[in-house]
Every structure is written in structure tokens, then in C-alpha cells.
Design a protein around this ligand. Structure first.
Ligand code: ACO
Length: 440
């Protein structure tokens, strides 16, 4: 294999040989080191060539062995295992272990891991006082972002990010406590008393317990819904260097502790172009209202008035394998919960969009969030909690990237460069000589 790339600099007539770095999958691509481009210069004083890549459309920021995506073929692998197999055979906690440790756990490793997570589900009671400070109508995602950061003050030792044992403890705490924080945020926003974790239940069943338990002494969710929630968590657990994971890596690269770093990643996820999309899908379906209005809504999308939420993906340009799995799961959920009108509108929307030139040309297909919102809604989960559930699932992914990054000899503080487009040097202007600029 040719492992050098030649660049002819027409300015100087020099030829530069750049080494190529290859991934381990046939479709993983290869990269040159951006630093090598600095040697391509016209003079000693010249800064050299930079890579200009807003939105990181084609920039590799790290080496990672956690997740592989082949967007053109609709392939998603966690540690080499296809997402379809993990979604049909594993539990979420097993997948979290796989992402973090690189291998699926054997029985004793799994039992220990499960017990470890379960033992950390409770929160310090003072968190309740912290939550008390929020307005009655606070969005649970805002509550989650802040309360996650507050955990940093409860566990000050976690600031020692160089100690693998302390890191391991923080990882367990975060995976265990985020469902409790999330459910507390919800209970607070609807004025219900907090429901404490039930450590006899599975990870997903316990979350449903903390969300929905009222007067029952023992809450037991429907097994189909418990499994569907677990699969949803598996599907959202990791997705390589997306916006929130990049936020996690960037913030943690300054040696910030994992609680504030996960809080920053959660903030990245909050936006409607990322984890907030499933919330917007439901708002969109509610706005459309009836199957009959789907056609006119699509016309407005094509006129550029707004985007079709739950459609399109930066990486998947053929289909999103997670969306395929969820479409099948949706029918299982509706057998338990009964159908709701949103499904019919969504299916019509999908049918029209997939046959429309505008969407075909731009390779816009339903993404994972197109179906997850409809399923969550049918399960009785309120719309504001959709991105929160995404955050619960993605915590294991963020932490896997954090652990990988901490062990990476190439780790440097994240500090992108820029192409400066402002004034060149200019002389200072004293106040009395400045012209008033109209700024309103
Ligand atoms: N509806 C209508 N048109 C769209 C959509 C959409 N959902 N998404 C992209 N387009 C169009 C753009 O207008 C653009 O058209 P143009 O070439 O005529 O200007 C073209 O498709 C390319 O769009 P980009 O914004 O360049 O695509 P990018 O890869 O940057 O964006 C993104 C990906 C952000 C996911 C986008 O498709 C989008 O906004 N989708 C809706 C929000 C959504 O569902 N997000 C969830 C993503 S999945 C996740 O985070 C788990």
C-alpha cells in the first residue's frame, strides 16, 4: 500500500512527501497529519499551510477504537460488533461495559459491573435542595446539565483525572446516577415527589420506576417496554466523534473533571440539530396534526422555510441502521400501548419524503430520532425528556471516549487554529478622534 502522499507546491516548485495514517477497517479512510502541512511554506517566516474545516467535515481529531461508522453503507459497529446484533442480544449495561473495556463481559465480570452500577444509583440528599432552586417549569435538560456539573462538588477527588482508579469510580457513578438525576428532574418539573431507585430492577426498569411510580409499593414495568427502552439506550450509546462527544473530549482535554465534562457534553446534545431533534420531531408531528396536511408541510420544507426534523445526518447518506431497528421496535411498542396518531403522520411523512426528488438528491433519510420520539411518546415519556434519555444513553459513550483519550499518548489540550480575517496591524485611535458608529 502506498503510504505517502506527494504535494507539489506551485508557489515554490517544491515537492512534499506526507506520511499517511490508515484506519483498521477497509472503509476507514486515511489521513495526513495536519502538522506536516506546516512545513509547506514559501519562506522561513511563512506560517505554513493550515487545514480550514469549519464544522470538522473532514478532520480526524483523534485515533479511536470504540465505534466505526460507514455512512454510505449504513454500518455502525461498537468495538467491531454490528449494532443490529448488540440491539437484539445484549443489555444496555453489557454494551456500556463493551464500549468502556473493549470486550463483552463474561458472566462474572457482568455481575460485578451490574452490582457496581446498581450500588451507585442513589444521590446525595443535598441534590434535592439544589433542584429546589429551579423554576417550576424548568426544562429537565437544563436541570440535568446543571445538576451533572454540581456532582463535581460532591466528588472533589474526581478532579484527579490522572488516577485510573478514581476515573473508574467516577465512570461508575456517572452511569449509575444519571438516570436518577434525570428522573428527579422530571418529577420536579411536574411537581411529583421524587421516586428513589429500586436496586432490584434492571437499569431500564429502574428508570421507568423512578419516572412513573406513584402509590405502588413495588413498580414493575411492562417487560416489552423495559426491553425497548434498553434497546433505545443501546442504539444511542455511542456514535464516534459527534458534537457532544467532541465537546466531552475538548473540555476534558484541559484535565477538567468528568462531571463538568459530561455536563458540557450534555449541553452539546441539548441543541435541536443533535439530541434535541427527537423532541422537535414530536413538535413537528403535532404541528402537522393530520395525515392530510403532510404534503403541504413537505412543500414548505422544500421552499426552505424549515427543516424536516428527524431527517438527514452528517455521516449516514444512505440509511441510518438505528432507524431501521427502531422502525421494527415501534410496532412492538404499539401492540402494548395501542397506536397513536403520530405514527400515521410519521409514516406518511417518511413515504412522501423518500420518494421526493428534493430529499433523494440530498440523500436525506430518517435518522434515529425520527422514530425514537414516537416510541418514547407511546411509552408515556414526556417530550421534554427525550433529549434527557439520549443523554442517559450517551453517557457510557462519552466516558469511553474520555477513558480512551486519557490513555492516548497523543493527547493535547484541544486548541484549534483559525484563518484570521480581521484588520492587519493598525494604530490606536484616541476617544476624541473616533467617529461614532451607528450600531442600533
Ligand atoms: N430537512 C430539509 N432539508 C435538509 C435537512 C432536513 N432535515 N437536512 C439537510 N437538509 C438540506 C440542507 O438544506 C442542504 O440543502 P442545500 O444543499 O440546498 O443547501 C442539504 O440538505 C445539506 O444540508 P447540511 O446542513 O449541509 O447537512 P449537514 O450534514 O451539515 O447536517 C443535520 C446534518 C444537522 C443532521 C441536518 O440534516 C439536519 O438539520 N437535520 C434535522 C435535525 C435532525 O434530525 N438532527 C438529528 C441528527 S441525528 C443525531 O444527532 C442523533
Amino acid at each position: 500500500m502506498v503510504d505517502k502522499l506527494s504535494i507539489n507546491d506551485n508557489r515554490t516548485g517544491k515537492k512534499h512527501e506526507l506520511s499517511l495514517l490508515h484506519g483498521t477497517h477497509v472503509n476507514a479512510g486515511s489521513a495526513i497529519s495536519a502538522k506536516d502541512l506546516r512545513d509547506i511554506k514559501t519562506s522561513e517566516k511563512d506560517f505554513g499551510v493550515l487545514v480550514h474545516d469549519p464544522g470538522f467535515m473532514n478532520t480526524s481529531a483523534c485515533k479511536s477504537s470504540i465505534t466505526f461508522i460507514d455512512g454510505d453503507s449504513g454500518v455502525l459497529l461498537y468495538r467491531g460488533y454490528p449494532i443490529e446484533e448488540l440491539a437484539s442480544k445484549s443489555t444496555y449495561l453489557e454494551v456500556a461495559y463493551l464500549l468502556l473495556h473493549g470486550e463483552l463481559p463474561d458472566e462474572s465480570e457482568y455481575d460485578l459491573w451490574n452490582a457496581d452500577i446498581t450500588n451507585h444509583t442513589f444521590l446525595n440528599e443535598k441534590i434535592k435542595k439544589f433542584l429546589d432552586g429551579f423554576r417550576y417549569d424548568a426544562h429537565p435538560m437544563g436541570i440535568l446539565v446543571s445538576s451533572l456539573a454540581s456532582l463535581s462538588t460532591f466528588y472533589p477527588k474526581s478532579r484527579n483525572v490522572h488516577d485510573p482508579k478514581i476515573r473508574a469510580r467516577s465512570i461508575r457513578r456517572l452511569i449509575a446516577k444519571i438516570p436518577t438525576l434525570a428522573a428527579f428532574a422530571y418529577r420536579y418539573s411536574v411537581g411529583l415527589p421524587y421516586a428513589y431507585p429500586d436496586n432490584d430492577l434492571s437499569y431500564s426498569a429502574n428508570f421507568l420506576n423512578m419516572m412513573f411510580r406513584t402509590t405502588d409499593t413495588k413498580y414493575q414495568p411492562d417487560p416489552v417496554l423495559e426491553r425497548v427502552l434498553d434497546v433505545l439506550l443501546i442504539l444511542h450509546a455511542d456514535h464516534e466523534q459527534n458534537c457532544s462527544t467532541s465537546a466531552m473530549r475538548a473540555v476534558a482535554s484541559s484535565d477538567a473533571d468528568p462531571y463538568v465534562s459530561v455536563s458540557a457534553a450534555t449541553a452539546g446534545l441539548y441543541g435541536p440539530l443533535h439530541g434535541g431533534a427527537n423532541e422537535r420531531v414530536l413538535e413537528m408531528l403535532a404541528e402537522i396534526g393530520t395525515v392530510k396536511k403532510v404534503g403541504s408541510y413537505i412543500e414548505k420544507v422544500k421552499q426552505g422555510e424549515f427543516r424536516l426534523m428527524g431527517f438527514g445526518h452528517r455521516v449516514y447518506k444512505n440509511f441510518d441502521p438505528r432507524a431501521k431497528i427502531l422502525k421494527n421496535l415501534a410496532s412492538q411498542v404499539f401492540e402494548v400501548t395501542g397506536k397513536n396518531k403520530f405514527l400515521d403522520i410519521a409514516l406518511e411523512l417518511e413515504k412522501i419524503a423518500l420518494n421526493d426528488e428534493y430529499f433523494i438528491k440530498r440523500k436525506l433519510y430518517p435518522n434515529v430520532d425520527f422514530y425514537s420520539g414516537i416510541i418514547y411518546r407511546a411509552m408515556g415519556i414526556p417530550v421534554e425528556m427525550f433529549p434527557v434519555l439520549f443523554a442517559i444513553a450517551r453517557t457510557s459513550g462519552w466516558l469511553s471516549h474520555w477513558e480512551e483519550m486519557r490513555n492516548d499518548p497523543e493527547l493535547r489540550i484541544a486548541r484549534p487554529r483559525q484563518i484570521y480575517t480581521g484588520y492587519p496591524d493598525r494604530g490606536y485611535v484616541n476617544m476624541d478622534s473616533r467617529k461614532l458608529k451607528k450600531i442600533y
